[in-house]
Structure formats: structure tokens, C-alpha cells
Design a protein around this ligand. Structure first.
Ligand code: PMP
Length: 384
């Protein structure tokens, strides 16, 4: 048995959702929307499963979906992706990350990981034989300091993994922030794996900037997307890799022995969804921003201090600033068991030197669920 896995805990998202079920708690932990998702996209998937092919699609994905991905990013971000040579459809962003890291890391390569980090990154880097080098971002601004980044780079560094917008921080890295990373990648000849699954879940008129669009980054960035986050259909697990042909072809070779392919009806429906006008995505984000604001004002009324949230489904409570003298894990454990509210401790997004005073809440929920969740948070506050 491989110790990477035998010693690994079950992911906190699964644990918290399990506890929420066990204790009948309101689940503001794991990041999934309560709404069923756009009806026409689901209808398209249903039609495709009844009337379309249900046999293996091409390994790199249906042509119609690869073309839709290229067209989508061309229209929204002026990227010039070739649907034949620069796109691979994967079974979710998680598989895209696995394929990219397995394909691009040679054992012994150093990989820059930026904390807080999505929990899949570290085990995947380790399994690929990579040596993680951690760079720490600090609340409330979560800025990437050039000095910290440069200090982590050595002659053995090969890759850097970025998550923008950043889960769990709800931060959007703008062009200036990204320039720090891009300049380092160009200066040290690094490949960037850019996890942009939250690209359409950006609020308050802010814009998402693909790392690939920065000078020098077009051919050294692996851009990863997820239809689950784009359309609020997280169970679908349809993702995509966009990268220059040399990178994409080797990532596709890793993908062929991971999932090989992805349900064809879901690919057809995602292709349909990607054709929607820009307003569809901004309207969806505006709805989520309303939910964010409802949760934020309810939290403030209950005496909680929360951090700014520019993107994602998540708002973070600052326990210390809220006058709660306990760590995030204790808070979350007692909250789910004794106050009927499931949340995620932000320390689980750190591999070392964790931030222990933040608790992540998912606001992609109905008003009723948010209000029930707020009731639970009022009870949780009274526990400490
Ligand atoms: N990366 C990040 C930063 C995420 O937040 C998530 C999902 N929460 C994923 C990847 C996984 O995406 P998928 O469900 O498409 O595998």
C-alpha cells in the first residue's frame, strides 16, 4: 500500500457533508449550489442521453465541445485556442489537475504551491514525485508577494500551481498580481498550471484575467476549467485543459490512462451551455452576489466579522475578529454537532503554518437555507 494514500485523511468536504447528514445540520460546508442548475442545459443532457451516442467519445473530447471551449474563451477573453491541438476534455477539473501534474512533473522537480491551496494539489504533486515548495498568502488581502515567490524558486523549480479566483479566499488576482507570477515564470522558465474553475463566479464588476493572456505565458500556461462551476452543476465533473500543443498532447497522454473520456451527453450539454451569451454568466454571478450579501449582512447582525469576498461560492468568518476564542476546527466540529451548521475550517487548505481563525461558508444556497444556516451560526456563537 502506498503511504501517500494510507496515511491520508478523507477530504474535509466529504467528512463535513457526512457529519451534516448525520446530525441533520444545514450544510454550508461543501461548495455546491442548492439550485438544480439551468433547465435548458440539463434538458440538452437528457436529450443527448436518449437520442445521442452513449459509447466512448474521442479521448480528447467531443469535437463540438472542444470547439465550444475555443469559441467561448475566444469570445470572452480573446484567447486563440486551437480546438484540435490545444484542448483536452477531462472528467472534472480534478482529473485535469491530475493529468497535468502527472504529465509535467518528473520526479525530483520542485513545484511551487500557493497556500491556501485546494486540497487535491499537494497529494497529486507528491504522487507525481514532485517536491512541494509552499508560498504563503495571508488574510485579509491574500496578496502574492514577489519576494516570497522568488524565495521559493530554485534551479530545480519546474512548475507553479495557481488557483485564480482563489478558493477558499474568494480573491480575484488582477493583472498586476498575475504579472508578478508571469514575470517569475518567464525569468525562470516555469510552466504554470492555472486552476481557473471559478472564472465565471466573479462579483462586483470585477473581471477574470486568464494567466495565459499575460506576456510570455501563452505557451507556458495550462489553463484548467470546470463546467461544474461555470453552470452550477458540480456533479457533472466535466473539465477542460487548454494548453499549447506540446503541453496539451502530453497531458492528454496522462488523461488517456486516468479517465480516458467523459460522459458524451454531458459533453454535448456543456458545449451548448458554453455558447450562451456573456450576460448568462454575469446574471448567474449577480444572483450569487445577492446570496453572498444576504449571508454577509446576516452574519454582521449576529456579531460575526467576515472577510471581503470577490469571487467563488465562499465567504469566510474571522473568528478572532468576531471575538471567538477558539480554532477553526473546534468551531466547525462543535458547530455541526451542537448547533446544526456545517462549515469548513480554512486550516485544511494549508499544508504547513495554517491560518486557524477562519471558517468558510458556502452561500450558493436558497434564501431559506441561508437563513436556517444563520440560525445555526447564532447558536454556534453562543457555544464559545
Ligand atoms: N479546483 C478548485 C479550486 C476547486 O474549488 C474545485 C472544486 N471545488 C476543483 C478544482 C474541482 O473541480 P471539479 O469538480 O470540476 O473536479
Amino acid at each position: 500500500m502506498n503511504p501517500t494514500y494510507s496515511h491520508m485523511p478523507v477530504t474535509v468536504f466529504e467528512v463535513m457533508s457526512g457529519l451534516a447528514r448525520q446530525f441533520g445540520a444545514v450544510n454550508l460546508g461543501q461548495g455546491f449550489p442548492e439550485a438544480p442548475g439551468p433547465l435548458d442545459i440539463r434538458q440538452c443532457a437528457a436529450d443527448a442521453v436518449l437520442n445521442g451516442s452513449n459509447q466512448y467519445p474521442p479521448m480528447r473530447g467531443l469535437v463540438v465541445l472542444r470547439q465550444a471551449v475555443a469559441e467561448h474563451y475566444g469570445r470572452l477573453h480573446a484567447l486563440d485556442l486551437n480546438a484540435d491541438t490545444e484542448i483536452t476534455v477531462t472528467s472534472g477539473a480534478t482529473e485535469a489537475l491530475a493529468a497535468a501534474l502527472l504529465a509535467l512533473i518528473t520526479p525530483g522537480d520542485e513545484v511551487i504551491l500557493i497556500q491556501p491551496l485546494y486540497d487535491a494539489y499537494l497529494p497529486l504533486v507528491l504522487r507525481a514525485g514532485g517536491v512541494p515548495r509552499l508560498v504563503q498568502l495571508k488574510p485579509p488581502h491574500w496578496s502574492l508577494a514577489k519576494h516570497d515567490l522568488e524565495a521559493a524558486i530554485t534551479p530545480r523549480t519546474r512548475l507553479v500551481v495557481l488557483n485564480n479566483p482563489l478558493n477558499p479566499a474568494g480573491k480575484v488576482f488582477d493583472r498586476q498580481d498575475l504579472a508578478v507570477l508571469a514575470e517569475a515564470c518567464v525569468a525562470h522558465d516555469l510552466i504554470a498550471v492555472s486552476d481557473e474553475v471559478w472564472e465565471h463566479v466573479v462579483f462586483d464588476g470585477l473581471a477574470h484575467t486568464p494567466l495565459m493572456s499575460l506576456p510570455g505565458m501563452r505557451d507556458r500556461t495550462v489553463k484548467i476549467g470546470s463546467a461544474g462551476k461555470m453552470f452550477g452543476l458540480t456533479g457533472w465533473k466535466v473539465g477542460f485543459v487548454c494548453a499549447a500543443p506540446a503541453l496539451n498532447s502530453i497531458i492528454a497522454k496522462a488523461h488517456q490512462f486516468l479517465a480516458f473520456t467523459t460522459a458524451p451527453n454531458l459533453q454535448t450539454a456543456v458545449a451548448f451551455g458554453l455558447g450562451k451569451a456573456a450576460e448568462f454568466f454575469t446574471d448567474q454571478a449577480a444572483d450569487l452576489a445577492r446570496s453572498r450579501d444576504r449571508l454577509a449582512s446576516g452574519l454582521a447582525a449576529a456579531g460575526y466579522v467576515s472577510l471581503p469576498c470577490q469571487a467563488t461560492y465562499f465567504l469566510n468568518i474571522d473568528l478572532t475578529a468576531s471575538g471567538i476564542e477558539t480554532d477553526d476546527e473546534t468551531f466547525c466540529r462543535r458547530a455541526v454537532q451542537e448547533a446544526g451548521i456545517a462549515a469548513i475550517p480554512v486550516s485544511c487548505f494549508y499544508a504547513q503554518d495554517p491560518v486557524r481563525h477562519l471558517v468558510r461558508l458556502c452561500f450558493a444556497k436558497s434564501d431559506q437555507t441561508l437563513d436556517l444556516g444563520l440560525g445555526g451560526l447564532v447558536r454556534a456563537r453562543a457555544l464559545f
